[in-house]
Write a protein that binds this ligand. Sequence first.
Ligand code: ZN
Length: 206
Amino acid sequence: MNERYARERLAETCKLLYDRKLTVSAGGNMSVRLNDGEILITPSGRNKGMLTPDDMVKLSLDGKVLSEGKPSIEHRFHLALYRMNADTGAVVHCHPLHCTALAVSGRQVRCNITPEGVLLLGEVPTVPYFTPGSEELVEAVAKAGKARAMLMAKHGALTQGRTLEEAFDRMEELEFQAALQLLAGDVEDLPDDEIARLGAMRWPYS
Ligand SMILES: [Zn+2]
């Protein structure tokens, strides 16, 4: 992808995540794949509603910094997902309120209660808690790394997709499902045969 275009799209996506309250203050980190060997990622410690295209940091897939700026502390789990999934073009990690409410109280996000949840997300694993930036967290994310979306215990959520739009949509849908689940209380899943039918309609990923 053209680097200038990718920088602009990444800054727009960060602003959208911030404006939709899917992330707050400096929380979270977002990235996009440029080509087989390089990505752009958000800089460390900056408010996601105020980033410009030039703030994004270019990294090689083996973690070398190729531009100005300091990459997000979490850049290593982004790199792990790009290395293991050739079709992943974007990764979004943030701390949406309802996802995080579930994640701090040891609950899973249920994604089989509406058709959209099944279609966009499928099963959502929860990654155990490890310190942000730690190698243990990188390994835990990689272990769940074939999922479209995952919850991170006592921390937040992560999604990946072929494009920034797809990763964004999955985060928005994940947060919607978490909020729905908290509002609706103890509701039943869709019938098993319907979940299977909807599951067969989504793109083949994990
Ligand atoms: Zn985080």
